[in-house]
Design a protein around this ligand. Structure first.
Ligand code: C5P
Length: 314
C-alpha cells in the first residue's frame, strides 16, 4: 500500500512539474514578475549530498538594524538575532496541510525541542492534531499587511520568534524593496517594533528567497515557476540550519492527503498540496529526497525526517 501510494504521488509531482515546464518551452510564459535571472549553464546538483550542501550554503540573512533604509528610518530592529542564535536537538516543522486534521500527531510534535509553524495556523482547538507549542513562525507578508489577519493584536503572533518574508525583484536593493514590496508590510513592522520592545521579529533578506529558488532550479530537470519558494520550504531550510534533526509534518503528503487546503479552514483546493504559485511540487520532491526515514513513516504518518546541516561536511 505504501509503495503504491509513493509511486502515485511521485508520478503526480512529475505530472505537475511537466505541466509547468511545458508553459515555458511553448513560449506561453511571458510572466517573470520578479525579473528572475537564471544561468541555464549553472551546474546541476543531483546527489543528496550536493543538494544538502547547496542549501546549507544559503546563509540565513535577515535585515539588520544597520541596513539602509531601515537604519535611517528608525526601525528598532533587535540586535540580538533570532532566539539568540540557539541550536536545537530535535525540531518539528508543522505545515498547515488539511491532512493534519485528525492525525493525532499533536503530542509527538510538542515533544520536539523547537516547533515551527506558518502564517495564521492556530493551535487552539487543534492541539490533538498539531500540538500547542510554538517557538518560531514563518509568515508571508500578507499576514502582516492584510487587516483580516490582525497581526498587531492577535496573541498568535506574540511571545514567539518570527521571520517575515516578502519578495523583492531579483536584482533589487533593500532600498528598492522598501519602496516596492509585494504587500505593504513595512509601516506595520515599524509600528510593531515601537510597540513591543522585546519582539523577536525579523525580515528575511529577500535575496535569500532567490538564492533558495536557484538551488531549487539547480536541482530540477524541469524549468520552474520564477516565484519564491513557499513558507514551508523557507521553514525547512531555516530549521536545517538550527537543528540536529528536523521532522516536517505533511509536507510530503501521506495517504491521509485530502483536497482540504488547511487543517484550520474548510476550503478545498488540491493546488495547496501540489502547488499553484510556488514551485511547491519540486520543493516537495526535493524534501522527499533529503529525508532518511522509512517509507512507511513518510507515506502513512506524513513525517519526513531530515538531518540538520551541522551533521554534514561540505
Ligand atoms: O498556505 P500556507 O502558506 O499558510 O501554508 C503554510 C505552508 O504549509 C505552505 O507554505 C506549504 O509549504 C505547506 N502546505 C502544504 N500543503 C498544504 C497546505 C500548506 O504543504 N495543503
Amino acid at each position: 500500500r505504501t509503495a503504491k501510494f509513493k509511486e502515485l504521488l511521485l508520478k503526480e509531482f512529475h505530472r505537475v512539474l511537466m505541466g509547468d515546464s511545458k508553459v515555458f518551452t511553448s513560449g506561453l510564459d511571458v510572466h517573470n514578475t520578479y525579473d528572475v535571472k537564471y544561468d541555464s549553464n549553472s551546474p546541476k546538483k543531483s546527489s543528496r549530498e550536493e543538494v544538502m550542501c547547496a542549501l546549507k550554503s544559503v546563509e540565513l540573512r535577515t535585515v539588520t538594524a544597520d541596513d539602509e533604509p531601515f537604519a535611517r528610518l528608525g526601525f528598532k530592529i533587535p540586535r540580538a538575532p533570532l532566539q539568540e542564535q540557539r541550536h536545537y536537538n530535535t525540531c518539528a516543522v508543522v505545515t498547515s496541510a488539511g491532512a493534519l486534521l485528525g492525525s493525532e500527531l499533536g503530542e509527538f510534535i510538542d515533544s520536539h525541542d523547537m516547533v515551527l509553524r506558518f502564517n495564521n495556523a492556530p493551535t487552539e482547538n487543534y492541539t490533538e492534531s498539531v500540538g500547542s507549542k510554538t517557538t518560531f513562525r514563518v509568515l508571508n507578508s500578507q499576514v502582516v499587511a492584510k487587516p483580516e489577519f490582525n497581526f498587531m493584536e492577535d496573541p498568535l503572533y506574540r511571545n514567539v520568534s518570527i521571520i517575515i518574508w516578502d519578495p523583492a525583484n531579483y536584482t533589487s536593493t533593500l532600498e528598492d524593496w522598501y519602496h516596492h514590496p509585494d504587500y505593504p508590510l513595512f509601516p506595520i513592522y515599524k509600528k510593531l517594533l515601537d510597540r513591543y520592545k522585546n519582539a523577536d521579529v525579523h525580515l528575511l533578506n529577500p535575496q535569500v528567497l532567490w538564492a533558495l529558488w536557484s538551488v531549487l532550479q539547480d536541482t530540477s530537470p524541469y524549468r520552474l515557476r520564477r516565484n519564491p519558494p513557499s513558507s514551508g520550504f523557507i521553514g525547512l531550510w531555516f530549521a536545517l540550519h538550527r537543528c540536529q534533526r528536523v521532522r516536517m509534518f505533511e509536507y510530503v503528503p501521506s495517504a491521509r492527503a485530502t483536497r482540504r487546503c488547511h487543517y484550520h479552514a474548510p476550503a478545498h483546493d488540491a493546488a495547496c498540496t501540489l502547488g499553484a504559485w510556488h514551485p511547491l511540487a519540486h520543493e516537495k520532491t526535493l524534501a522527499e529526497r533529503l529525508r532518511d526515514n522509512r517509507d512507511v513513516q513518510v507515506f502513512q504518518q506524513g513525517i519526513i525526517d531530515v538531518p540538520g546541516f551541522r551533521t554534514i561536511t561540505c
